[in-house]
Design a binder for this molecule. Sequence first.
Ligand code: PEP
Ligand code: MN
Length: 366
Amino acid sequence: MIIVMKPNSPAAEIERVTAEVQNYKITPEVCVSQHKTIIALVGDTAEIDITRIQNISHCIEQVLRVKKPFKRASLEFRHGDYSEVVVPTPNGLVTFGRNHPLIVVAGPCSVENEEMIIETAHIVKATGSQFLRGGAYKPRTSPYAFQGHGESALKLLAKAKEATGLGIITEVMDAEEIEKIGEVADVLQIGARNMQNFSLLKKVGAYGKPVLLKRGLSATIEDWLMSAEYILAAGNPNVILCERGIRTFDKQYTRNTLDISAIPVLRTLTHLPIMIDPSHATGFSEFVPTMAMAAIASGTDSLMIEVHPNPAKALSDGPQSLTIEAFEQLMLELAPLGKFFGRWAKNDNATVMPKFAAKVATLASH
Ligand code: PEP
Ligand code: MN
């Protein structure tokens, strides 16, 4: 249930309503967004009479029941206000959200060595992207496949961060590693295979750093939002949802099927920001640019793209990784599209890579 307060309600009145509803043995949460203040009542509200709540104060505009099983994640919970996930990085605050420029996260599947991660980080930065990704702990189907370099890879991510000021996103597979990873990562990634690892979700929720929650391989949208609910319920409001392709029947020509319809569907269901990962979704680098463009056209808030200086030699996910050149080219091609949809940062590549910016300008003028 949510209580929507009238605009400009006095703080004292909001406090009074908050205190009164505690008589119903429910802990209210006050959520102040740009346009309104909402008092959320989560718990057993079925028996609560809406009119009695409405009568608490003349400053209450509306009292509504949240019908969806995912309460905090639902758009109703914020009365239609899309949330922002603001991530502090050395280069400044980066905001993921419906009403913000597109955020690009790029980097190799795995952190392999110092040279490759630093080189990739510089390119990622030069293209105007905001985050470097790279796995230190890798979820692999085979126990015999490369499992990631672990702690030493975290140190390399820290170096890349220091060299470029980029934010870092890397996966957490085990709750015991949260602290260690959290020292370097600005956003903790929960991979597709752990989307329903509920104890891990509770722990990353309690830890407090922003979480990137990938959609499980065969998860319905509701399963996915219920998983987000675990993180939100643990007290962490900073969740980004990442669609990375779901299992369908073709394994030969695509690795997964990118559910691009998840974008408009999620927009009707949740206030949380959305990311699309065309790399894991398609499994082949040649299809990544088309799907990245489709994602922008469909309104994604961010993109995650795997990039590797030498995909043929990559220790994981080489076939889907763009070369440095292909990634630079893709960013050039995305710029006019991002601008067309009003989702491209004003301070894009211009300040960091003059040649690159000139090319963007030429493309944009056609
Ligand atoms: C990854 O991002 O490298 C990864 C393993 O992703 P997913 O969990 O989507 O397979
Ligand atoms: Mn990968």
